[in-house]
Design a protein around this ligand. Structure first.
Ligand code: GDP
Length: 301
């Protein structure tokens, strides 16, 4: 994660060594390199522009604090700006005052939605909750089957429902969703994780179905699951989903394979919604809440 960015930022900071005071000139080269490092990490262009301007404004002309060298001072400014960008505090997960809490999982096919549904169930169980899973992807029997496998391996309750003899379509999706919520209540499950249909691209039908599910289930969380390795494509689809659905947060998956970090650094600025969790592997426990401070420290090495 972030290996390339860390290395390049460290190289940029080296330009500041030996400077007594930070000036427009002596910080120029470092800022240029920071800019290139961020762009090469595939960070959104507007995000890069804002970041560089903030860093310049804070750095130039400030009295160098006696306790810090100019290099340390710029590192501190970059640290604070990255933290601001990522959201400072760890975003909270919202529970319903009257269970079950409903979590709608949204995202494109292959982003890691089904895997993440299982991971979320494991995380909830660790926190003392009783989750139930349901897949409403009636268009792909293999997807529903996959969630069954995930439920079994994570020992999580799943509502399968009866889909025999009914055409795949929104009516069936809504029936399954409604039944699952009722079943969760009956079984004393306090959280219901709804794995939804994912398409290869965003289409009108998918969006309409998600809107109907939102209305029907009144979810506390609508999590957009995004594959971090797809960089700015993930950011753009998060933005599209947010416009239509008002997502409550993002889960960034495959962070273990993302050496660049562009999606992680852009998605909150672009959508206004926080990253709530990250996935770092295929196993159910390769998942954790997103802590902006830890990630910032990691980026700065
Ligand atoms: P869905 O189509 O959105 O439901 O995606 P899946 O849950 O089926 O995941 C697609 C692929 O990505 C599978 O091979 C998963 O094992 C893999 N995957 C999901 N999350 C992660 C992750 O955090 N790290 C890695 N390395 N692979 C992941």
């Amino acid at each position: 994660m972030f290996e390339n960015l860390t290395e390049k930022l460290q190289r940029a900071f080296k330009h500041l060594r030996g400077q007594g005071v930070l000036t427009e000139e002596n910080i120029g080269e470092a800022l240029r390199e920071i800019r290139v490092a961020l762009l090469e990490a595939d960070v959104n262009l507007n995000v890069v522009k804002d970041l560089i301007e903030h860093i310049r404004a804070k750095a130039v002309g400030t009295e160098v604090m006696t306790a810090l060298s100019p290099t340390e001072q710029v590192i501190k400014i970059v640290h604070d700006e990255l933290l601001e960008l990522l959201g400072k505090d760890t975003a909270r997960f919202k529970f319903a005052s009257r269970p079950p809490t409903v979590i709608l999982m949204a995202g494109l096919q292959g982003s890691g939605k089904t895997t993440t549904s299982g991971k979320l169930a494991v995380w909830l169980k660790k926190g003392g909750h009783r989750p139930m899973l349901v897949s409403v992807d009636v268009y792909r029997p293999a997807a529903r089957e996959q969630l069954k496998v995930v439920a079994k391996s994570t020992e999580t309750r799943i509502y399968e429902g009866d889909t025999k003899g009914e055409a795949a379509g929104t009516a069936l999706v809504e029936r399954l969703a409604k039944e699952a919520k009722r079943e969760a209540m009956i079984m004393g499950c306090d959280t219901l994780i709804v794995d939804t249909a994912g398409r290869l691209g965003i289409d009108e039908e998918l969006m309409q179905e998600m809107e109907r599910l939102k209305k029907l289930l009144d979810p506390q969380e609508i999590l957009f699951v995004a594959d971090s390795m797809t960089g700015q494509d993930a950011v753009n689809s998060a933005q599209d989903f947010h416009r239509r659905l008002s997502i409550t947060g993002v889960v960034l998956t495959k962070m273990d394979g993302d050496a660049r970090g562009g999606a992680a650094l852009s998605i909150r600025h672009v959508t206004g919604q926080p990253i709530k969790f990250i996935g770092m592997g295929e196993k159910p426990d390769a998942f954790e809440p997103f802590h902006p401070d830890r990630i910032t420290s990691r980026i700065l090495g």
